[in-house]
Write a protein of this length. Sequence first.
Length: 100
Amino acid sequence: MRVAGAAGVMAMVLAACTEKPQPVAREFPDPDSAGAVLLVERCGTCHVAPRPTAHVADGWLTVLNRMQMRMRSRGYPILEKEEQRVLLEYLQAHAAPAVK
Ligand code: HEC
């Protein structure tokens, strides 16, 4: 029984390792950057995390400010100043090209 139990636990651990926790995370540009991590962790809870190309660079600050309001009204922790700065920089760096 002990052997079977251990095998069962191993199988679970292996399954956990091969399963991607956030399949969408790797699809973002520069996926290991602090900005991408913030985007996936903080912006993928109420809805699927948006792509940076959802807005042009100039549009992201307005969206972030509105999302802060949504987070506050739903009792989510809001982004700290530094987090908002890092996230905004990331979104703007990978934003949709500005319309000329
Ligand atoms: C507390 C819940 C909540 C969280 C967390 C949240 N959002 Fe939203 N988001 C909403 C709601 C509700 C809407 C639809 C209403 C609206 O657009 O304001 C929305 C819509 C959006 C849209 C589509 C509308 C548009 O203007 O393009 C984008 C993009 C977006 N969110 C980005 C973000 C980003 C970036 C973050 C992380 C900083 C985030 N959201 C975190 C609730 C949330």
